[in-house]
Design a protein around this ligand. Sequence first.
Ligand code: 6PG
Length: 249
Amino acid sequence: MPHRGGIRHMIRTFKDPEAVSRAAADLFVELADEAVAARGRFRVALSGGRTPLRTYQLLAEAPRRERTPWPRIEVFWGDERCVPLDDDRSNAGTATRTLLTRVPVMSGSVHPMRCSADPNAGAADYETLLRGLFETVPVLDLIFLGLGRDGHTASLFPYTSVLSEEARWAAVVHPEGQGPSRVTLTPPVINAARVVAFVVIGREKAAILRSVLQDPPEPRRLPAQLIRPHGGRLIWLTDEAAAAELGKR
Ligand code: 6PG
């Protein structure tokens, strides 16, 4: 596996978006089986945006639906846009409509970030939820992440104060010109995960993916470079289009 600044990570590149989505869905099922066998439950944080939609659809249908231990799965989010759940921009709303209403996950095990009425209160509520579930920094079994064209991931946007957050586990972010306020898991939580999997699809992501993976460390400009799971694995799942500039100067 290639090293980036001492962190071991794996880049798996697939022919097209469908193949990447299948690989992400298969990783979810594989890690869920492993976690349930080892610890009796699987704790996962879903990502937002458009990229994961196909993965969610694949998880909601045969054969993966039947092969996944849904009643033992606890669902979190990496971040949320502070809009109502029925808003198309809602990450939890989207995952609920495309996946969670179609599988036998326990409703009490699904933890959306509710922040549409009051983003600050939403972040504080999520922090309280996490502190009630975890005695020390949350160690999730899998955190899915996307990559924005500006190098953000979750809602860790360039040059925002959340990038240097070390104490809180959830924080509110007001990204310049990027729509509604957000709530995001902070770098300490993401980097505590057993597995972090970026899913990056499309030619429009090729330049930023190359920058994140090959430019010298500049995490305030390229927040995705902050993601370095201490004891975990970092996996990049990409299609050929998004990987097109890797290796170029
Ligand atoms: C969000 C996401 C964000 C997303 C990237 C990529 O709420 O916007 O969590 O980090 O993963 O912006 O978004 P696309 O998949 O839509 O390109």
